[in-house]
Ligand binder design. Sequence first.
Ligand code: F6P
Length: 324
Amino acid sequence: LNHIAVLTSGGDAPGMNAGIRAVVRSCAFHDIKCSGIYRGYQGLIENDFEVLNARSVRNIINRGGTFLKSARSKEFRTKEGRQKAYENLISQGVDALVVIGGDGTFNGAVVFNEEHDFPIVGMPGTIDNDINGTDHTIGYDTALNTVVEAIDKIRDTANSHNRLFLVEVMGRDAGDIALNAGIGAGAEEILIPEEDLGTDRLLESLKRSKKSGKTSSIIVVSEGDKIGKNIFELAEFIETNLEDYEVRVTVLGHIQRGGTPSCYDRVLASRLGIGAVDALLAGERDIMIGTVHGKVTSVPFKEAVAGRNKIDLDLIRVADITST
Ligand code: F6P
């Protein structure tokens, strides 16, 4: 193995820079040439490569986002796009590729592999934590902390006004951010796609809380929840059906994707970056490197993206009991 290239693709996540740094420095350690590819698969198609050495990645471990930039490439979804990408890899003399991203990134890698039989290893980078075969994805821990910090601030104002706040968090179809940040921030209710509470039970629960002496409430709403109303409709519904609560909505949005990566995400990304290069050196391919029970391990891409249901039901119980 003489030349490894690395790219970040899909939604950015805090800790991706630490992951790139680990890949680049591992290549330097093993005396392998390393190239960075800008803007994910799109840059691969447009031949946007740059040779990186150990010093190219200084002062980035502490930075959110990804200095290689990211994209959701439409062109890579086409056979012609993938053909161009393959030709660029060959003309640049690249022997293997490390892709950092989420399910879209890994699905792209699977198709690319089927057509071009090229060694690719993946690292899970997404705030959503919606990937099989890893305890956590890079960026998830930072996003949780960002959400908890934001809700702590909302709590101050909710409490001062006896208001009920609906706070929408990201996660796409996964409720991991909502459930864990909700418990951490002491939310009253947490709406996640994995468990539909239903509007009736939500109202009952809010009425019970009011009776028990609560004067303000925070409900964390996962963007993918299945309650059947968007967050603004839900706010109206609650205000109409519950007396003496003023309802307000906060959509946290992309602040959840930015910011300084937590130590956990930096260490995770560093371990997975080393693991990715180790795997390629061992001749492995078509796999994602993750941690399971804290140990670095790997799963085939196809398993990493297979429908997952990682929500821990115990956590729902913890949320229910601690919010009474
Ligand atoms: O996958 C990360 C994520 O932030 C999701 O939580 C969210 O649904 C989506 O990306 C938003 O995508 P975009 O940044 O393209 O609006």
